[in-house]
Design a protein around this ligand. Sequence first.
Ligand code: ADP
Ligand code: MG
Length: 400
Amino acid sequence: SPSSARRSSIGSQKNDSHISGRVRVAVRIRPRNAEELIVDADFGDCVELQPELKRLRLRKNNWDCETYQFDEVFAETASQKRVYEVVAKPVVESVLEGYNGTVMAYGQTGTGKTFTLGRLGEEDSADRGIMVRAMEDILSDISPENDSVTVSYLQLYMETVQDLLAPERDNIPIVEDPKTGDVTLPGATLVPIIDHRSFVRLLQVGEANRFAANTKLNTESSRSHAILLVNVRKVGRAKPDREVVVLSENGNCVQVAKGNRVPTIRKSKLVIVDLAGSERVYKSGSEGHTLEEAKSINLSLTALGKCINALAENSPHVPTRDSKLTRILRDSFGGTARTSLIITIGPSPQHRGETASTIMFGQRAMKVENMVKLKEEFDYKGLCRRLESELDKLIVENER
Ligand code: ADP
Ligand code: MG
């Protein structure tokens, strides 16, 4: 039928297998901080990096090491620019081509997740993080007349989604389209981004609201997940693989032959997730958290770990619905998105245990395969409108 033809998505017809769907995992170690330089001065780091081999060796004891292979290994000297270019840029480029994309940071509190993703930096400064660099690339690619970029910024704390751009919206529902499986948060503020400055401003407002909300709740940002959603809408052109007949709004029948190019709309989404600290909350030693808080934070991260395990083992049951985090990230792991994970670790031998568990999380995530799919639909409505207006013009010219 005409309406089903209009709805048909190109991704399902086109072979996207040229893009590998495996989740990419990079490790980044942060430099020793002042305290570690002094207190651990006599001790070597708990890991040894072999960046040229993309390998990392975790010290088990004085004479034994375990070696792990990753997609990329960044030493403490790696620049923000290089981390962006290796970890995030390929994902951003896919999003601009019409694929969903995810960049996520996982690791113990204090290892550099927010530094890597959320660092604002001064204009053009070298320490700008992934969020601002991604938006720079997105804005330089889209055409303001035809395309659009909108952003939502959320915090997930104790299984509640809060809008960081409108603090009064403190319980945003997650909605899944039963047909497509697409997950949306329709209650969240959507801000159109027209220039880079407005985006930096948005991140600052979000950060201030996050701080205020967490002060009120007597918690720390390391206990919650920060989620930036960037929606990109672009117009394109593609050829349907079969003849299509469409009914226009004016009741005209429009026939599109097989090889003809038709306008398309690509709606893709970039999700950037700064996860809560991966350490067990009861071990964090800081005050002000309740047992309930500890359980709830562990719930989302534990559920994410379980989903990744299930996907890595090709298990038929993936418990996506067990937490809000895994529902929001449904397309990111085991879905249609291109996903890049950066795991962050510290050098201190004191945190060897947490570092080991972060490494294991990264190793399992490397086994997750997504079915990357183009989020593009033929814009038959737009085509009909254009044809009809051209027809009107011809008629007017004829009557003159
Ligand atoms: P997390 O978000 O994982 O809790 P942060 O990003 O807040 O950790 O980093 C903790 C501290 O370490 C911050 O002061 C940050 O500036 C510093 N830091 C983290 N990674 C790096 C790095 N690669 N180079 C320099 N400083 C870093
Ligand atoms: Mg942080």
